[in-house]
Design a protein around this ligand. Structure first.
Ligand code: PGA
Length: 238
């Protein structure tokens, strides 16, 4: 059986102490065989990489710039993430799209530079509540997929995360039927790619969502910051 992916997106949260606790919890529970990726804030990347080195747990960034280097105050390049010990980078997250004006063309450029630099990409897509109310959820993810998908993408260097925007950090979770329907749709458009689900995943619903046909793993925000919950979610995948 294919291993399930458990990806922790800490967003702008965490400290050295919490990172140490979370890395320990992840190491303890991941023996059984989920593919775990921890995505802490940039300042904790090297700390976390040192903690998980040799354990099989991967480290990822939460964003990168679309250029290799240059005069971009406050930004970080894919090569810098790689040098800090990352193998992965999350791109296209709805919080970047909403609060930092990132559009599909920019996200595609970021995916391309990430891949050219040797990082694997976790590409986030998903509809807003208004788009779902209008019945446009499939249309939206299809557009995002075709506009963001880099030329050199393959099933080894890119994971797709389906994250309905209305489910992120809200406690609202689509029904298993809705998750299955969207995953089927995405897998039809992006044949062979692993598709993860993200949005209000908790230890209480992780096993059920992981059991939905077509779900290759989970992208977790809030619950990835609680060592016990996170360990339980990894346990559900193993
Ligand atoms: P959440 O966030 O688990 O807190 O809903 C998920 C995400 O934004 O990736």
């Amino acid at each position: 059986m294919k291993k399930k992916w458990i990806i922790a997106n800490w967003k702008m949260n965490g400290s050295r102490n919490l990172a140490t606790e979370l890395a320990a919890a992840a190491k303890q529970s991941s023996r059984a065989g989920a593919e775990v990726v921890l995505c802490p804030p940039f300042t904790l990347l090297m700390h976390v990489e040192g903690l998980v080195r040799g354990s099989g747990i991967h480290v990822g960034g939460q964003n990168c710039h679309q250029e290799m280097q240059g005069a971009h105050t406050g930004d970080i390049s894919a090569a810098m993430l790689l040098e800090a010990g990352c193998n992965y980078v999350i791109l296209g997250h709805s919080e970047r799209r909403q609060h930092h004006g990132e559009n599909d063309a920019l996200i595609k450029a970021k995916c391309e530079i990430a891949m050219a630099s040797g990082l694997k990409t976790i590409l986030c897509i998903g509809e807003t509540e208004a788009e779902r109310k209008k019945g446009k959820e499939r249309e939206v993810v299809s557009r995002q997929l075709s506009a963001c998908m880099p030329r050199q993408a393959n099933s080894d260097n890119l994971l797709i995360a389906y994250e309905p925007v209305w489910a992120i950090g809200t406690g609202a979770v689509p029904s298993t039927a809705q998750i299955q329907e969207m995953h089927q749709h995405i897998r039809k458009e992006a044949d062979g790619f692993t598709v993860l689900y993200g949005g209000s995943v908790k230890s209480s619903n992780a096993a059920e969502i992981l059991g939905v046909p077509g779900v290759g793993g989970l992208l977790i925000g809030g619950a990835s910051l609680e060592p016990e919950s996170f360990a339980a979610i990894i346990g559900a995948a193993a």
